[in-house]
Design a protein. Structure first.
Length: 96
């Protein structure tokens, strides 16, 4: 579980990032989760866009993404989700 200070730090690190995944009308599926897990292992911190065509609630989609990928939900603001997971092999982010 991340502290408030750690979340603030991660939000500042994610500010310049562009979203690399989109959740569309198909919603959250195993294929998307697998790709997010792979990206988190390499990058540690990613942004995901939730499109307007998603039938589910954005909070629920963000929670499903975080749980499925085994990641921490740093922030959900509007339609952007920020996820963090510490990498085993490519650790670059040092949390305060």
């Amino acid at each position: 579980m991340l502290t408030g200070k750690q979340k603030r730090y991660l939000r500042s690190q994610a500010h310049h990032l562009n979203p690399i995944f989109q959740v569309g009308k198909g919603g959250v599926n195993d294929h998307l989760i697998r790709h997010i897990q792979e990206a988190l292992e390499v990058r540690e911190l990613i942004k995901v866009t939730i499109l307007n065509t998603v039938p589910d609630d954005r909070d629920e989609v963000a929670r499903e993404l975080a749980e499925g990928a085994g990641a921490e939900l740093v922030q959900l603001i509007g339609k952007i989700v920020i996820l963090y997971k510490e990498s085993k092999d490519h650790k670059t982010i040092e949390l305060p």
